[in-house]
Write a protein of this length. Structure first.
Length: 171
């Protein structure tokens, strides 16, 4: 269980590599990285969006495929090639007009540290770097790429009374 007032959460922001995708990538012939994503994470993200939550992606990597995947789920706020994630986070917060305490951020490694210190609910996957786990309010029992987003979103939507209704049965 997440030890935070989940009723205050209005937005979910995720890193990609090590959170929505595992830390393992395949390098294909043109040097591009191929990632996998968890379908249950995708389902939870699209449901959160349907329920009126904002969702953001902030990643240091760049892949047209990653951006396309999350756009197809309905995510509007996608920051790729993020050199300093805190700056992109501030832009997300400004565009959504939310306060830090209303935002959950899930990260797994040092580039996520500054954002995690700023948000209301910092979350880490089970296999995150020790420094990240130390500042996380909640460490999911799931590793990156194995349902971390589903875990967080499901718990939050349940507290809001939005998990099992007519929207839950559609994509």
């Amino acid at each position: 269980m997440i030890n935070y007032d989940l009723k205050t959460i209005k937005a979910f922001v995720f890193d990609v590599d090590g959170v929505l995708a595992s830390t393992k990538v395949f390098i294909i012939t043109d040097g591009e990285l191929m990632r996998s994503s968890n379908v249950k994470d995708g389902y939870a993200i699209q449901l959160a969006l349907k329920k009126g939550f904002d969702v953001g992606i902030i990643t240091g990597g760049f892949s047209n495929d990653v951006a396309t995947r999350f756009r197809k789920l309905g995510v509007k706020y996608i920051y790729t090639c993020s050199i300093r994630k805190l700056e992109d986070y501030k832009d997300f917060r400004k565009r959504t007009r939310l306060k830090d305490k209303q935002i959950m951020y899930c990260g797994d490694d040092m580039p996520d540290y500054e954002v995690m210190q700023k948000v209301g609910l910092p979350v880490a996957p089970a296999d995150a770097a020790p420094e990240i786990k130390k500042i996380a309010t909640y460490v999911s029992p799931h590793n990156g790429g194995d349902g971390v987003a589903r875990d967080i979103i499901e718990q939050t939507l349940k507290v809001h009374g939005l998990w099992m209704d007519e929207d839950a049965f559609t994509w």
